[in-house]
Design a protein around this ligand. Structure first.
Ligand code: GLN
Length: 546
């Protein structure tokens, strides 16, 4: 029978429920269980696809084309198994389903209410994942206990606990132990209150994971256990960590996995196999070299907007025993500075995905600079589109070349709306989304990196490279090296006679995981390392000459 673990949060947001859920899942997976993680978000939007990154950070895309919460990215990066549409549910989706059902008359004249109709739909969505045969489903409830919006979710959990019985359902509450510096001690009152709040919904947490800046001594653990009505061994300390990837090891030391297994009466089959994970941690702890890569984007004050890109660099860096320092380069500020001076200390440039005109000029300037100076370049989605625009304007000398996203009347629409998008009116969930196949050309950097001909990558865009210009671009050296075999859409472009200049229409960052770093990120970091060596040799020569 499938076992259910629910993860709630108390005291404050941003305690890292997603990382705790992913870490526990990793440990259980390492012990031989099949595990998936699901996120329930209490907001009314159907999905975060239409939300501004300032509201929500990155929008993560699954293989099956769902636009989801960025926590799903953590789940995939930790577990190395793909999530799907079913792994992210919002209040918006729940209500939409219930209301559509009501319109079809399926409630047979009944009054439709939060209990039981909304809670039934929440339960159905949680249990949907059972079909895929997982041993354990971990469900993370977004928000903080005490939020009005979370109440139906807590009620659904209460009902499931009652119906499925104790060893089959477990509640982990993530809370904060406040380090009150003036008093010189850890304070547990906020935790007591948040557990009390949870209890008013009829839920007694089984395990408390306590975020803390300082180790929690035995006396404090006993106090928390007593006031919150949990066992002492179920008070788990979660110290701040240097890297999110250390958290599974911290949880292992706190025996979170063992406590969960014993409380759920699961067979404790084997020691967790974390060999690959630990060797990754070793490599990120003591890298022997370093590169600086500029991430050019308009949300650079907001690292969460590019979460998966930052993480993909950590994974790829580990492969080369190299720390990748990602320096954020604000594309709008670039418009007002000397680009060469701003970028000269960098070993490579990545131009980020994005929407709309803001910061485009800076992106184009950055691309011109790295193209002309043989500095490695990686363009993702809008980054590729900008590379095409820059090349069309400055190499093909097509005046006013642009994407029709930026100028609908561009004289040379080198990037234009995809045919399938032309009649689309609704904004939500209507882009070209999810995984599509791509066939790689011989003798390309792409095929060299992937070491195979056919790949599948995830997309999130409405615009594409205009096929009318592909020949002209290729003649001057910017060539399509990856194409969708069915639609013929260009998915990858590369510049000839440049050390590494590659743009992709898809989002490779979504598929990079700890144990399977992405081949393009691996190749790009290598190109940055090579460039750094070359740069220092040239510099040494110059010093000698002088
Ligand atoms: N705005 C561009 C498009 O819709 C690029 C999107 C992206 O970078 N994800 O095609």
């Amino acid at each position: 029978m499938t076992k259910y673990i629910f993860v709630t949060g108390g005291v404050t947001s941003s305690l890292g429920k997603g990382i705790i859920a992913a870490s526990l899942a990793k440990l259980l997976q390492a012990k031989g269980f099949t595990v998936t993680i699901q996120k329930l978000d209490p907001y009314i939007n159907i999905d975060p696809g239409t939300m501004n990154p300032y509201e929500h950070g990155e929008c993560y895309v699954t293989e099956d084309g769902a636009e989801t919460d960025l926590d799903l990215g953590h789940y995939e990066r930790f577990l190395g198994t793909p999530t799907s549409r079913a792994n992210n549910v919002t209040t918006g989706k729940i209500y939409q389903t219930v209301i559509e059902k009501e319109r079809r008359g399926e409630y047979l004249g009944k009054t439709v209410q939060v209990i039981p109709h909304i809670t039934d739909e929440i339960r159905r969505r949680i249990q949907l994942l059972e079909r895929e045969g997982f041993n354990i489903i971990i469900t993370e409830i977004g928000g903080t206990v005490g939020d009005i919006e979370s109440l139906p979710y807590l009620e659904a959990i209460r009902q499931m606990q009652r119906d499925l019985g104790k060893p089959n359902c477990l509640v982990i509450h993530l809370t904060l132990i406040i380090n009150l510096k003036s008093a010189g001690e850890l304070k547990t009152k906020a935790t007591q209150h948040s557990v009390k709040e949870l209890q008013t919904s009829g839920i007694q947490p089984d395990i408390l994971v306590c975020r803390t800046e300082r180790p929690i001594d035995m006396d404090t653990r006993r106090k928390i256990a007593q006031f919150c009505n949990v066992e002492v061994r179920a008070v788990i300390e979660a110290m701040d960590a240097d890297s999110i990837y250390q958290v599974p090891i911290l949880m292992l030391h706190e025996r979170l996995d063992s406590v969960v297994i014993s409380k759920m009466s699961l067979p404790d089959k084997q020691e967790p196999n974390l060999k690959k994970w630990k060797s990754f941690l070793e490599r990120i702890k003591n890298p022997s070299r370093e590169v600086r890569i500029g991430l050019v984007g308009k949300y650079n004050e907001l690292p969460d907007a590019y979460k998966s890109i930052y993480e993909a660099f950590i994974h790829a860096g580990a492969v080369h025993d190299c720390k990748v320092v990602v320096e954020s380069v604000h594309s709008e500020q670039l418009e007002r500075t000397d680009v060469a001076r701003r970028l000269e200390n960098l070993d490579a440039i990545l131009v980020a995905p994005g929407f709309g005109d803001r910061g485009i000029k800076g992106k184009l300037e950055a691309i011109k600079y790295v193209r002309e100076n043989n500095i490695p370049f990686f363009g993702i989605c809008l980054g590729l589109q900008c590379a095409v625009v820059e090349f069309a304007r400055n190499v093909l000398e097509l005046k006013g070349a642009n994407s029709t996203e930026m100028n609908p009347d561009a004289p040379h629409p080198v990037i234009h709306l995809m045919d399938e998008q032309k009649n689309v009116v609704n904004k939500g969930g209507t882009m070209r989304l999810g995984a599509y196949e791509c066939k790689l050309k011989k003798d390309s950097k792409a095929i060299e990196a992937y070491e195979k001909k056919h790949i599948r990558e995830r997309h999130r865009h409405r615009y594409e490279i205009n096929s009318d210009y592909i020949e002209q671009l290729a003649k001057k050296g910017l060539k399509a090296t990856g194409v969708n075999p069915e639609s013929g859409l260009v998915e990858i472009m590369e510049l000839e006679n440049h050390p590494w200049f590659l743009g992709v229409q898809f989002h490779p960052e979504y598929k990079s995981t700890v144990e399977n770093p992405h081949p393009l990120f691996i190749a790009f970091v290598k190109a940055a390392l090579d460039y750094k060596v070359k740069k220092s040799l040239i510099h040494a020569k110059e010093v000698n000459v002088n």
